[in-house]
Design a protein around this ligand. Structure first.
Ligand SMILES: [Zn+2]
Length: 319
């Protein structure tokens, strides 16, 4: 029997999955990334994590056919290096594939996490059977991956699908990328939390104020909870975030005419309370034929989407 390892390397956690040839998953474990410890330490944690997962299943390193890793950040498919990653500071220009290959002596394939997640949802999740689809990951940030005719659409450098950095409000709030008014700065979990904090400091949000405990950091979850409990100002924050997301999705729908948009990540778990207004604004702003065709549904694979997609990409790479 031969084995493969699929990894999702994010800014806060590393998910490591061991699978058999053919894709059957044997075990999965999560480790903290501790990105602030720096590149060399994170590589060390990564290798230790891989060894632990293998050891747990009694598999040795030389039984591995390959490792597939998807990373949060701009991965350049021409130079095969990470160009930049807000979540992994100091990784700019790092040849992750080569380095891991050298240290572990197995083939290594790296890809962008949003593309891998879209591919996972396409093959096994909420986009199964839909050859033209877009997957959006809605959490602290906003990521996107595009599938056209059953393949990942990467663009010329591998940077396609960056829906989070479409500017939907010129001169809007400052985004993590350094520009202003990106979708991520208006509709992400961190944007909703920021609006919630601003509401409280302006003296509003009576219900929200009761929900957030003393010394507790205000999150998007609190704002959703307050809106559900009748806080109209909190509901207004969510409505605004849904409006900008619906608008950005309409751009995507007009250009790509996908069959389905799957939406995952922490914020997508809030369900219809968020999906319904996003869907309404999307349908309003998109051209009618594309807007009517597309459905907006929750993603199905949760945090496994990236690893599942990555294992399939690795399978193809190893053929
Ligand atoms: Zn941005």
């Amino acid at each position: 029997m031969s084995y493969r390892v699929g990894i999702d390397l994010g800014g806060t956690k590393i998910l490591i999955t061991l699978a058999e040839e053919g894709g059957k998953i044997l075990s999965s474990r999560k480790f903290p990334t501790r990105a602030a410890d720096g590149l060399n330490n994170v590589i060390r944690y990564l290798i230790t994590g891989i060894r632990e997962v293998l050891f747990g299943e009694g598999v040795s390193l030389h039984e591995l056919d390959g490792i597939g890793i998807c990373v949060a950040g701009f991965f350049d498919i021409r130079s095969r290096t990470i160009i930049s990653s807000p979540n992994l500071p100091g990784w700019e220009g790092f040849p992750l594939e080569q380095e891991l290959k050298k240290r572990l002596n197995v083939p290594v394939l790296v890809d962008n996490d949003a593309s891998a997640a879209a591919y996972g949802e396409y093959l096994y999740g909420a986009g199964k059977g839909k050859r033209n689809m877009v997957n959006i990951t809605l959490g602290t940030g906003i990521g996107g991956g595009i599938i056209t005719e059953g393949r990942i659409y990467r663009g010329s450098g591998g940077f396609a699908g960056e829906i989070g950095h479409i500017i939907v409000l010129p001169q809007g709030p400052l985004c993590g990328c350094g520009r202003c008014g990106c979708l991520e700065s208006l509709s992400s979990g961190s944007a909703i939390a920021r609006e919630g904090r601003m509401l409280l400091s302006a003296g509003g949000g009576a219900v929200l104020r009761k929900i957030v405990k003393q010394n507790e950091e205000l999150t998007a979850g609190h704002v959703f909870e307050a809106a559900k409990d009748g806080d109209e100002e909190a509901a207004g924050i969510i409505e605004k975030a849904a409006y900008f997301l619906g608008l950005a999705l309409a751009f995507v729908v007009n250009i790509l005419n996908p069959e389905v948009i799957t939406m995952g990540g922490g914020m997508a778990r809030t369900g219809e309370m968020f999906f319904a207004p996003v869907r309404r604004y999307l349908k309003e702003a998109a051209i009618p034929p594309s807007g009517e065709m597309v459905s907006l549904v929750p993603a199905a694979l949760g945090e496994d989407a990236g690893v599942r997609g990555m294992l399939s990409l690795l399978e193809q790479y190893l053929v």
